[in-house]
Design a protein around this ligand. Structure first.
Ligand code: SF4
Length: 234
């Protein structure tokens, strides 16, 4: 059933531009829709588009408590520019306290298990809370962001959260993203100009070299697929 629905959705949306895709999405009345932003370039395109079009879509963000100062800056500039709400979700304070009491503030550097434990507390648990009651999850995922993401589709079933996910920018190029941001004068994270194409938590993100994979600056000390577990699908 899910597979049939996804196939139909992907087929009928494949040639739509952003405006047509969102208009059609609203028509479908799929229930409560929420867009998750971490204020990266693709996310800023969608935030601008959703806010300017006044679509009935909730925008939320996960504040892990370890973000860059520059990320709070673009967060601040964004809510001021559009005068709209972005719902913040924080990790459970008791879980963070217990983790730090047991393993210290930077346990993520010592093993993949420890890193996943931190991502679980600071990202996955809050995401679970944010997605409670949501019927469709909208993301700024783009196929060109990494090898892992290059086979993503417009609509996908997310196995971790049991939700259909809509990735409207999945086929966009980076050039299209930056052209959009310039055209609409959208606030951007100043770290992008310092060779941070993908920005997560401050201690787990570093700049990339010319020609390196966009997500190679994330958890650079690991030989992993550079995903924190937020996006799992069939
Ligand atoms: S990215 Fe790093 S600091 Fe952020 S939640 Fe994951 S392990 Fe923790």
């Amino acid at each position: 059933m899910e597979k049939e629905l996804l196939k139909e959705l992907n087929e009928s949306f494949k040639n739509k531009n952003l405006q047509e895709a969102f208009d059609a999405l609203i028509e479908l009345k799929l229930g409560k829709m929420a867009f998750s932003t971490s204020f990266g370039q693709e996310d800023q395109v969608l935030t601008d588009f959703i806010f300017r079009s006044d679509y009935p879509i909730t925008i939320f963000t996960l504040d892990t408590g370890r973000l860059f100062e520059e990320t709070y800056e673009v967060y601040h500039r964004t809510v001021n520019k559009y005068d709209k709400l972005i719902e913040p979700y924080f990790p459970d304070a008791k879980k963070v306290e217990a983790l730090l009491a047991k393993k210290g503030p930077n346990s993520f550097y010592s093993s993949v298990e420890n890193r996943k434990e931190c991502c679980g507390i600071r990202k996955i648990d809050p995401l679970q809370k944010a997605l409670r009651g949501v019927d469709l999850w909208i993301t700024g995922l783009r196929g060109g962001q990494s090898h892992f993401r290059e086979n993503f589709d417009l609509f996908q079933y997310d196995t971790s959260f049991g939700l259909i996910k809509f990735n409207p920018l999945v086929y966009w190029s980076l050039e299209e993203v930056t052209a959009y941001l310039e055209q609409y004068n959208v606030p951007q994270n100043s770290l992008h100009k310092k060779n941070y194409p993908s920005i997560g938590c401050a201690p787990c993100t570093r700049p990339v070299e010319q020609g390196e994979d966009i997500r190679s600056g994330r958890w650079w000390w690991e030989n992993s697929k550079k995903e924190c577990g937020l996006h799992q699908q069939d």
